[in-house]
Design a protein around this ligand. Structure first.
Ligand SMILES: [Fe+2]
Length: 276
């Protein structure tokens, strides 16, 4: 993930390796040594006011939640919440930033984390009602959800299982996505899907299966939407026969991606989260 993919080593704290991008977040990905594979949590940085709103709403919806003080790089404090299919979301305020890294072709930040869901519609609705997120679009396969002006920061795939679908890293521009593909090709890694350009979100993409198992994406220029963006329905997002993105220039390794998407579940019981 550092030498080839393009992240930079940030810190190692006991059994956790923190990797960063070129932007101001102290880390983007934390890899924790454990017995099995699972997603520990997904962190959102927000204002104190937004945190208070989320805390109030989460309590009204009786979701499992507890206050948290982060001991990860950047610190901060806030709330850790478990969603209906076991996803652990962490909301932090007052985190610190780091100086950007100039001159290297690194991913800048995370742009979205997508989950597989048994009930994607229910998860999207819960994100709206309990977290104050907004559904941007619904397609045959996904419910896209935003928490700011970016078209989606998360999405729930209608997958029949609860797991991590993929992690997407924001690149500076389309050339940076293409150079990323080239860098991986230099090391014998071909995209599992891409390059291409999605319908909802209008972002260019390339998906790979990471050496540690999950699907990771180089992405750029996710659409910025107005607050009154009209939520699209599956009928609004159809493709011509044989096409599943705007460009239609690459094959998709459907079986390989599906296997990778099934590996990372939410195996931490809430009791473990409370003890952590
Ligand atoms: Fe994506």
């Amino acid at each position: 993930m550092t030498d080839i993919w393009g992240l930079a080593a940030a810190e190692v704290r006991s059994d956790t390796h923190y990797l960063r991008g070129s932007g101001t977040f102290p880390y983007l990905l934390a890899l924790h040594k454990a017995e099995g594979e699972s997603v520990r949590s997904v962190t959102f940085v927000c204002s104190r006011e937004r945190l208070r709103e989320i805390a109030r709403s989460v309590s009204e919806h009786e979701l499992p939640a507890r206050p948290v003080i982060s001991d990860d790089p950047g610190g901060g404090d806030g709330l850790i919440v478990q969603l209906s299919e076991g996803e652990i979301f962490r909301f932090l305020s007052d985190t610190s930033e780091v100086a950007p890294i100039e001159g290297r072709d690194l991913p800048v930040k995370l742009t979205h984390i997508v989950f597989n869901a048994v009930d994607a519609e229910g998860s999207g609705t819960l994100a709206e009602t309990a977290l104050g997120f907004k559904v941007s679009d619904r397609t045959k396969g996904m419910v896209f959800v935003r928490c700011n002006a970016s078209h989606h920061s998360t999405a729930f795939a209608r997958a029949g299982i609860s797991s991590l679908n993929h992690i997407a890293f924001e690149m500076n521009d389309l050339d940076a996505v293409m150079r990323g593909i080239g860098r991986l090709r230099d090391h014998g890694l071909a995209p599992a899907w891409g390059p291409g350009r999605h319908g909802p979100g209008d972002n260019a993409f390339a998906y790979f299966i990471a050496p540690f198992g999950p699907v990771v994406e180089f992405s750029t220029a996710v659409e910025i939407v107005p607050s009154d963006y009209k939520t699209g329905s599956p009928e609004d997002w159809t493709w011509p026969e044989g096409r599943i993105d705007q460009w239609g220039m690459s094959d998709k390794d459907v079986a390989g991606l599906r296997l990778a998407e099934e590996r990372f579940r939410f195996v931490r019981a809430w009791e473990q989260v409370l003890l952590a």
